[in-house]
Each structure stands twice: as C-alpha cells, then as structure tokens.
Design a protein around this ligand. Structure first.
Ligand code: NI
Length: 398
C-alpha cells in the first residue's frame, strides 16, 4: 500500500502539470490532435509498454503485459478508459492555467481523466513484474458526441472478446479525496428524438382545405407526456422531454409541417425500447386520425450505463485500501445524464467510478458550465483508483 502512494507521490507534480497543459489547450470532439500527440509523446517516454497505437485519428490504445506467472493458460485482460475531448464553452474561471482557446473549455473534467490515466500507466508500469495479466488503457476521443467509444469498438485489431473487465472514471460532486460508486443502473441512455409531422398548408380562413400539423403536434405532445406517467413503472426512472418545436410561417397560414425535438433517458434497455416504440405508436395513431404524416428519427443514442456488481466490488475494495472506508460513497440512484462508456459496459462487465471534485467549502462543480472547476486533489484520486483497481483485480499487494 505504501508503495502505490509513494509511486503516485513521485509523479504527482508532473501529472498535475499535464492536467494544466491539457486544460490550457482544450480540443473539441474528434479534433483532439494535439492532445493525442502530447499524450502519445508522454507515453513513449515511459518505455517498456507493449503497444501504443492510434485508434481512429485521435484515440490511443496502450497495452501493458504483466510478467508475473499466470494461474491458467488464458491471458486475462482488463481495461481502463479515459476521455479526452472538451466543450464549446468560453471559460469564465480566472485560473493561471485557464483555457487558451477562445470558446473551447474542458468543462467536463476530461483533462483530469486523461492526465490521471497517464499517471496510472506510469504507476502500473512499475508493477509489471507483479501483474499476472494484461492491462489495456483507452484514451478515448469524442465522448461528448458519443462517437469515441464506438471508434474503439469498431477497431478490428482490438479483440473485445478478451476483456474480462473495464473501469472508467469521471469527475463528480463528491468531496475531493472521495470516490462514489454504484452497482446496477448508473447513468441513463440518452437518445435525441426528432419528430416531423407533415400535413397540408392552407389559408387560415379555410381550415377545411388543410390538414393541420400544429393541431396534430399539440395532441402528440400531450399524449407523449402520458407515457412516463401512465405506462412506465413508478419506480423506474425515465425522462421524456420535448425541448424544441418549430412550425408555420405566418399568423394566417396553416402550417405545412412541424418539427419537434427532444430527448429520452432511461436506465434500462427494455424501458428504452418500450418508450421508443410507444412514441411511434402514438405518432402513427395521431397521423391516421388527423390525416397527417408522422416521421420519427432517433439520433446518436447511447445505452444505459449498468455497473457490474462484481467489477464494482473490485473498485470498492481498492478504494477502501487506498482512501479508507469513510471516503467511499455509494450513489443512491442513477443519474439521468448519458455517457458513451455505456457502449463498453454493454459488452464487458464494467464500473464507472466518480472522482470527488468538490473542494472543501467550495460549491459543487457544475459540469458543462463556464465556471466548471476541479480540485487538484482529484487528479491524485484518479491516478490512485485507476491503478488500485488493476492491482486489486489481479490480487497484487499494494
Ligand atoms: Ni464528461
């Protein structure tokens, strides 16, 4: 145990500098070229890694093969993941390392995740001769647009069938120095919904010549609001919010079409597909009844993120050893935010670890806001729990 803390302490200042550098130089989703170059360079300086490979243009797949004797024949592989992209937000903080890029900011802590994972590579490399298996590190682009995890899953060289477990980490609202875990539904699926109702335009004074899409849209919106309240179990979290509507051109012309956009969030796949089907059912019913046409498109959906109980217990055991039981929290419910880490946990037993980012006496960090900040301690927490998770999984004393 002393050893892990010592190793982390030895690299902490350098990794905090990495964090500051990334925070100053944020890049948007799928444009993380400088970030990937910078991290790749740092990885190449470590030496002794078995693989450093680009995934897509800006992702990095790193492999570390432990050399300790294995129990059986089969190679056991587990993975750690961090995301690297920033957001189109103008930073409002007055920090010595504030963003140098106008209109772009690490406002979701992905700079913390990336630097902490780099720290974990450096720490775990020192344990190579004690690890009886293989560790993959995924430096993933484009989480904010839900494209990055899929880039990894689509890479034919990465054999996901080999992976036994995966852990991801994200800054969260717990106090710095603490971690928060959850088994089961952790984050929601996030689907963008796009509904188009097309009728027939006419003079406002001759509604009989029209098929009015605005009236149809009004019916549909009200009916859709009954889905969560009347058709989903009261104990089952689900959010169906219609957030944008557009239709018509003038006060005396009946509109030709109406566009409605919104989001659906659920924490299990069955509820998700039930509600998507139900929206279609209502839309088609209204289209038939009111003589309009109904088109329904679901875009960029991510899946619900489900924490595997066994893998989460590994993170808990590691966390207790490193931080003490008093610094391990369990989330009481799933959050309705979405994460593309769910594409991994859909295929591989995984857990999503929340790294406390709230400074003592500070306000809770507001993700995706221009004033978002992270306590420096969060970087340390990230390095320690990423590393501790792997060591605990492989039964290495730390
Ligand atoms: Ni994020």
């Amino acid at each position: 145990m002393g050893k892990l803390r010592e190793l982390e302490a030895g690299i902490n200042r350098e990794i905090v500098e990495v964090w500051h550098h990334l925070h100053q130089n944020p890049e948007l989703s799928l444009q993380e070229y400088k970030t990937a170059d910078y991290i790749e360079q740092a990885l190449r300086q470590i030496g002794g890694l078995d693989r450093i490979k680009r995934v897509g243009q800006t992702g990095l797949w790193v492999e570390l093969k432990g050399t300790a004797p294995r129990q059986g024949q089969e190679e056991i592989v587990i993975a750690l993941r961090a995301d690297m992209d920033a957001l189109p937000i103008q930073e409002r903080n007055d920090l010595p390392f504030k963003s140098n890029v106008p209109g772009v900011m690490h406002a979701c802590g992905h700079d913390v995740h990336t630097s902490a994972l780099l720290g974990a590579v450096r720490v775990l490399e020192k344990y190579r001769d004690q690890i009886p298996g293989t560790v993959w590190f995924f430096f993933q682009p484009a989480e904010e647009t839900l494209q990055g995890a899929l880039t990894f899953l689509a890479d034919p060289e990465i054999d996901f069938g080999k992976l036994r477990a995966i852990a991801g980490a994200h800054v969260g609202n717990a106090e710095a120095g603490k971690i928060r875990l959850r088994e089961g539904p952790t984050l929601a699926s996030a689907d963008l919904l796009r509904i188009k109702i097309t009728g027939q335009s006419a003079h406002a004074a001759s509604p009989n010549n029209s098929r009015d899409p605005i009236v149809a849209a009004a019916h549909l919106i009200v009916q859709i609001q009954t889905l969560v309240s009347r058709e989903v179990k009261p104990t089952e979290p689900a959010v169906l919010s219609l957030c944008r509507i557009e239709g018509g051109t003038k006060d005396n012309i009946i509109a030709e079409s109406v566009l409605i956009e919104g989001t659906l969030r659920t924490v299990n796949k069955e509820t998700r597909s039930y509600l998507l089907d139900a929206i279609k059912r209502l839309g088609e019913g209204i289209a038939l009844g009111l003589r309009v046409s109904f088109e329904f498109e679901v875009k960029d959906g991510s899946l619900p993120l489900i924490g595997d109980p066994g893998v989460t217990k590994v993170a808990e055991a590691a966390g207790r050893k490193i931080f003490g039981a008093e610094n391990i929290e369990f989330a009481s419910h799933a959050e309705m935010g979405g994460e593309d880490f769910a594409f991994f946990t859909d295929k591989i037993p995984g857990t999503f670890i929340s790294l406390g980012a709230k400074s003592k006496n500070g306000a809770e960090p507001q993700m995706h806001s221009p004033g978002f900040y992270t306590d420096e301690e969060t970087v340390r927490t990230g390095i320690l729990i990423y590393s501790g998770f792997v060591l605990e999984y492989f039964g290495v004393d730390f």
